[in-house]
Write a protein that binds this ligand. Structure first.
Ligand code: C5P
Length: 245
């Protein structure tokens, strides 16, 4: 299936990993008119806060709030309730928090939605960070087996708790879809266009390789934000996706 430019842009989540709203606004202005998702992670959210997220929503952007909640169930329930009230389109929690925590997140969302007219956000679980490799998993985190097995276990946990999908590496998408079904969403960081700097990512793929795996959304940061010409970098990724068959 060939994607239109708009469909391709809608699958790209630009990681606004900036220290301030001003710095992020610079990039947002540069990318104006391209209907991609904006991903607000902890660096920007801790600096610019809820008002920045609300302002993105007021301007019509799709927003993924990547704050990776991981705490006791009652606290995550409260966190999920607060971010749902901000009107974000997607947010995430760590699968490692276990099913009680994941279900508490859903409860927090439901409470925020009741009688509010807010559209339900997509709730995604973080499996293993795309910077995690086998050695770290086995020797530092203390989980045996392969990264893929560990990711799948978390994906199945998230699915059975009622979440909408997971963050994972593009190389895990096929196995996740096979285990959790085709509508279970996959959000994949670790995307690097051919020749781009790998930075601290471990499990990477190019945009078209990720698309061929069936990923729903690809998170892309530094290949766009650190490029000399960020708009051209994003356009070239969109072009790669629209020409891919
Ligand atoms: O710059 P780069 O493309 O590596 O940015 C990837 C983005 O995706 C960062 O904002 C990072 O926090 C986020 N992310 C990730 N791995 C995960 C979850 C989120 O790299 N498992």
């Amino acid at each position: 299936m060939k994607l239109t430019s708009e469909q391709a842009a809608g699958r790209i989540m630009v990681a606004l990993d900036y220290p301030s709203a001003d710095a992020a606004e610079h990039l947002i202005a540069e990318l104006q008119g391209i209907p991609c998702y904006m991903k607000v992670g902890m660096q920007l959210f801790y600096a610019a806060g809820p008002s920045f997220v609300q302002s993105l929503k007021e301007r019509g952007y799709f927003v993924f709030l990547d704050v990776k909640m991981h705490d006791i169930p009652n606290t995550v329930k409260g966190g999920a309730n607060s971010v749902t009230k901000l009107g974000v389109d997607m947010f995430n929690v760590h699968a490692a928090g276990g099913s009680a925590m994941l279900e508490a997140a859903l409860e927090g969302v439901d409470i925020a939605l009741t009688g509010s007219g807010i559209i339900k956000p997509t709730i995604i679980a973080v499996t293993h960070l795309t910077s995690t490799n086998q050695l770290m998993l086995n020797e530092q985190i203390g989980i045996g087996g392969t990264v893929e097995t560990a990711v799948l276990r978390y994906a199945e946990l998230a699915k059975s708790a009622g979440l909408d999908g997971v963050v994972a590496s593009p190389s895990e998408v096929k196995a996740i879809k096979a285990a959790c079904g085709p509508t279970f969403k996959t959000v994949t960081p670790g995307i690097r266009p051919k020749g781009a700097d790998v930075n601290d990512q471990s499990r990477i793929m190019t945009p078209s390789e990720a698309l061929s795996q069936g990923t729903d959304y690809m998170v892309i940061g530094r290949p766009i934000t650190a490029a000399n010409k960020p708009r051209a970098a994003l356009e070239s990724i969109i072009e790669e996706l629209t020409t891919y068959e």
